[in-house]
Design a protein around this ligand. Structure first.
Ligand code: F0G
Length: 468
């Protein structure tokens, strides 16, 4: 008998369902195969360059694509658009203090705005920033500020088939060896991400966060959290780590953040809004410097890059995001899609991640060399098949070494099916799974790509390709 993709109780009742109903709908359009072939060629085989009107089910990203609640939309009408001291800023600050536990908040237009400020604030030329796997914009801001990034994630994170429950963990021995080698003085902070996007949405355990904190404290090094999907991370701790099964996601989140000295945040993910982010700090002197820098690059320290209404929507989104039923349904939907694909024998990163299912493009196309961009090619075939838009997370995303200018060759060559929050139905997940299975069936005939245009920064966004 086949197991159901939805976990159920002993009475055969499903363990989660969405804790909301739909009030407004946005029509989407199915295109013809000929239209898609044309659109793909116009887009240079890069799903970032497709027009959204040509996309049927958009799984490019979970960033800024969430559906807001009626309570958030109501908050949008309460925007205080004063240049300085907007009341919505104080609501946002309150929400972050209450749920994340940090003292000082600098709003930014989105996550990379906060990364920019943090890197400028703390990094000196020649520094090394250790982290649990790179993220594209995070590493670039570290490099532009003069640092080099050192990956200290556990080895299992690079193996799509390893089933370890916390593949986002820091390898403490590797971190310790790095500190001994370069010296604590040259490590401005440890960049800890939870969950780890590029590893497949994999979580960090509470025990690991605590140990990183302890090691960093001994050496006088700060730990800065990338809190972009820390609520999803907290949910995995509740589900997988002994001692946390009876704690709420909100309690777990706050404990987790307590092991760090501040965070950068893309509010466009966990926090259920379409735009916004922040930098949070506990050190008041550092905050003074950050709030001074933000006026140069983003805006006054009480709005950063956001309008009052956006800050209100985010304050409310944060409160909604930590509700146990919300996060169970959110991660449950991702797991539903992943399990369906696993049942059909499709190779993907396990365990299934918090925000996305990551297809293993190397296993799809063992006949393609990594320099023929197998994941980029797979994302293109998937769009052609059904109008489902996914994102490459492999050699194109990894870019080039900042010193040697050679391509990085990440061991993970993935296509990310990213699920927006509160947007698509189970039927949409079924359509997606059917298309992935079809594309998998046609894998032997797949051809690779050649890059014909490569932009200087974050090339995956704008690179263009031709089919070989
Ligand atoms: N950190 C992580 C882990 C992210 O996933 C992102 C964005 C950022 C930082 C930067 O935040 O986009 O608000 O400037 N990730 C998006 C994605 C783009 O599709 O994964 P941002």
């Amino acid at each position: 008998m086949k197991s159901s993709p939805v976990p159920s109780t002993p009475n055969n009742h499903r363990v989660w369902a969405e804790p909301w109903k739909v009030k407004v709908v946005e029509p989407i359009r199915m295109t013809t195969p000929a239209e898609r072939t044309q659109a793909l060629s116009n887009a240079g085989y890069n799903t970032f360059l497709l027009r959204s009107a040509d996309v049927y089910i958009d799984l490019l990203t979970d960033s800024g694509t969430s559906a807001m609640s009626d309570w958030q939309w109501a908050g949008m009408m309460l925007g205080d658009e004063a240049y300085a001291g907007s009341r919505n800023f104080f609501h946002l600050q309150e929400a972050i203090r209450q749920y994340y536990g940090y003292q000082y908040i600098v709003p930014t237009h989105q996550g990379r705005g906060a990364e920019h400020i943090l890197a400028k604030l703390l990094i000196r030329s020649g520094d090394t920033v250790p982290g649990n796997m790179y993220f594209t914009t995070t590493r670039l801001h570290q490099e532009l500020a003069g640092a080099s990034f050192a990956d200290v994630i556990v080895r299992a994170a690079h193996d799509p088939d390893s089933e370890l429950p916390f593949k986002g963990n820091v390898d403490l021995a590797a971190l310790e060896a790095l500190i001994a080698r370069v010296g604590a003085r040259h490590i401005p902070y440890i960049s800890l991400a939870a969950t780890v996007n590029m590893a497949g949405g994999q979580p960090v355990s509470m025990a690991n966060a605590r140990a990183v904190h302890e090691l960093a404290r001994q050496h006088g090094i700060r730990v800065m959290l990338d809190a972009t999907r820390a609520v999803e991370n907290a949910y995995f701790i509740q589900q997988r780590e002994a001692g946390y099964e009876n704690r709420s996601v909100a309690q777990i989140l706050k404990e987790f953040c307590s092991y760090t000295d501040g965070c950068t945040m893309s509010g466009k993910k966990d926090a259920l809004v379409n735009i916004g982010g922040w930098l949070a700090l506990n050190d008041s002197e550092l905050y003074d410097e950050a709030s001074n820098l933000v006026v140069v690059y983003e805006g006054l320290h009480t709005y950063g890059g956001m309008s009052g209404r956006d800050m209100e929507a985010m304050a409310r989104g944060i409160a909604e995001s930590v509700q146990d039923e919300h996060i169970r349904a959110r991660v449950g939907q991702v797991e539903y899609l992943g399990r369906k694909l696993l049942e059909a024998g499709v190779p993907l990163v396990r365990p299934i991640g918090g925000h996305a299912v990551y297809l293993d493009a190397r296993a799809f196309y063992p006949h393609l060399d990594q320099e023929q961009f197998p994941a980029q090619a797979l994302a293109a075939y998937l769009y052609e098949d059904s109008g489902v838009r996914a994102m490459e997370r492999g050699i194109v995303s990894a870019g080039r070494d900042s010193r040697t200018h050679r391509n990085h060759h990440p061991s993970l060559e993935l296509v990310r099916l990213t699920i927006p929050r509160r947007v698509y139905t189970q039927a949409h997940m079924d359509v997606t799974a059917e298309s992935v299975v079809d594309v998998y069936g046609q894998r032997a005939a797949a051809r690779g790509l050649r890059m014909v245009y490569e932009p200087r920064y974050l090339r995956f966004f704008q690179a263009r390709f031709e089919r070989l």
